[in-house]
Design a protein around this ligand. Sequence first.
Ligand SMILES: [Fe+2]
Length: 240
Amino acid sequence: MRIFEESSLDAMIAEAKRWRMELDATLRSESAVIRGLWSRDRLLELRDHVFRFRQANGLSGNMAYNEGTPDHVKIVDKPLGSNRPTRFVLSQFFPWNTQAHADIPAISQGLMRFRNLASGFAPDTGMRAGCEYVSWPSVIQYRRGGDFLAAHRDQYAFQCILILSQMGEDFTEGGNYYLSATGHHFEEPNLRFGDVLLLKSDLVHGVHPIDPHLTDDGAMGGRWMMFCPLAKRSEVLRAA
Ligand SMILES: [Fe+2]
């Protein structure tokens, strides 16, 4: 894992061409982390907000996505027989809704712009009405008690994952790994709260079960991250 210490996302975006080359070269053979972009207090407050939103609104079932879909929180639980087995709590905040906390759009839009520029996309891909793609902030909590994500590849650009927990504090076992020609690489022990983890989209990766021998207590423990899925508007948005 290669670590880049950087304090300004705007400065990185201003040098998008250089970063694209740097990351292309790095991500060919390993993962990369951008460390130091946002203060710990700011990100803790963001995570608290997401947790309070769930406490206030409860859990929803599955709903169709369209420009009337409210922000909501749901359990994603796909058994081992499905094509992408996983279990976690997913909180989604859509661009067509007004956000009570300004850092939901502020930080997620930064992640999206960086993803777009470093991937060679137009700077506002997924961020404006009428664009072929749509992107929105999703916050995932892998709860203690074994929440996990099976090995998979992602589509499109490289993945830009903001880590919002710390192994050793929020959980003790499990977490991110990837597979390469040299085998299994367990990354979580190298990750810090606030890191932006970058993975090539065709890299096979997943999340080992988080504290599988404990029972989830409904609190904030476990592994947290924010990312912004990028999907074709025509494939995810449906008429109300
Ligand atoms: Fe992924």
